[in-house]
Design a protein around this ligand. Structure first.
Ligand code: MG
Length: 336
């Protein structure tokens, strides 16, 4: 946990690894203090967690690599911090889990250590952590051997042992639902890449910026524990994540194009294949009443689950006239 490898001393707060760790602990503030689930946070060889009785531990890890998941020249550092944590929180949301603690490992090029980048990155990450009451409970820092930033996030959550929300629970006859709107993140990214300067001024976690500041659906996820049969978060695009859900559940799905909640800024292609919306895609029995809004987030029925059939592709689109066409998994990695 937060290994300390002191190097050339420097007076500025974040410019040595020791100073950086002290700064992380200071900025994390009360959120690293031991609480109910976090028995011991930053400062020892390990953090100690105490999952609530009757719950099992959920763990997810995510890399955010410069050049692949973000571009230093266009993404504000606050957004890089926010998005790194949001990805992991969204995975917890998809399992109906409650976050217990986050662990952050960071490799920074020496030149980046001399700038305000680390502090701004942390501010973005910790603002989202505070919003969801996730303590930052440890991690590691190292000097990056090349000129790239590498962020690794581990999130630990808890989920009731006897009720699980998996990708594999969808059954023929279930309805297919999605939260929020689709394609907004891909649409915002397209604008961002065209005029990076416009975005460099956005330093606050703001709503209406689905690419820079996506909102993980944790409250919704928890409320789906007793309602949904299967769930996945949309990180790679609806087409790709629906294919994962169908494969894990051994079913197929038909999506009604006319019912898709396409973000006002997005087109159909972005809604179907654009990644990083971090909405929840879930199934529920047709007899299960699903409200139009859960935890303030709109819920839309976009299709249905059918038995697997050799002659039909695993995912299909149905247009307004009822004509079916295959929905290929074409979600993509933006900077791959
Ligand atoms: Mg996921």
């Amino acid at each position: 946990m937060l290994d300390v490898m002191p190097r050339k001393s420097n007076t500025a707060r974040t410019q040595t690894e020791l100073g950086f760790i002290a700064e992380v602990a200071r900025l994390a503030g009360s959120h690293t203090k031991p609480g109910k689930a976090l028995a011991l946070g930053i400062g020892d060889d390990c953090a100690l967690l105490r999952p609530p009785r009757g719950q099992v531990v959920a763990i997810t890890t995510d890399f955010s690599l410069e050049g692949r998941h973000f571009l230093r020249a266009v993404h504000p550092p606050e957004s890089v911090g926010h998005r790194a944590l949001a990805r992991g929180l969204s995975d917890l949301a998809a399992m109906g889990a409650t976050p217990l603690a986050a662990f952050l490992s960071l490799a920074l090029p020496p030149r980046v250590m001399q700038t305000a980048w680390p502090e701004k990155f942390l501010a973005g990450l910790l603002a989202l952590a505070r919003e969801h009451r996730v303590p930052l409970a440890g991690g590691d820092t190292a000097q990056s051997p090349d000129n790239n930033i590498l962020v690794d996030i581990v999130l630990v959550g808890a989920v009731p042992e006897k009720i699980s929300l998996l990708r594999s629970g969808a059954r023929a006859g279930d309805k297919l639902y999605v939260s929020g709107s689709l394609g907004g993140a891909a649409a915002e990214l397209a604008v961002l890449l065209q005029s990076p300067k416009k975005f460099s001024r956005l330093h606050q976690a703001a709503s209406g910026h689905p690419h820079l500041y996506p909102q993980p659906r944790l409250t919704l996820g928890k409320s789906l524990l007793r309602r949904a049969t299967a769930c996945i978060d949309i990180s790679d695009g609806l087409s790709t994540d629906l294919a994962h859900l169908c494969q894990r559940s051994s079913v197929r799905a038909v999506v009604n194009t006319a019912t898709l909640p396409i973000a006002p800024t997005a087109n159909l292609k972005q809604a179907l294949h654009g990644g990083e919306d971090y909405e929840l895609l879930f199934t529920a029995p047709a007899s299960q009443r699903i409200p139009k809004k859960i935890a303030g987030v709109a819920i839309t029925c976009i299709g249905e689950i059918l038995p697997k059939k050799k002659s039909a592709p695993p995912c299909q689109l149905r247009d307004a006239a009822g004509k079916l066409s295959p929905l290929a998994a074409e979600g993509y990695e933006h900077f791959a």
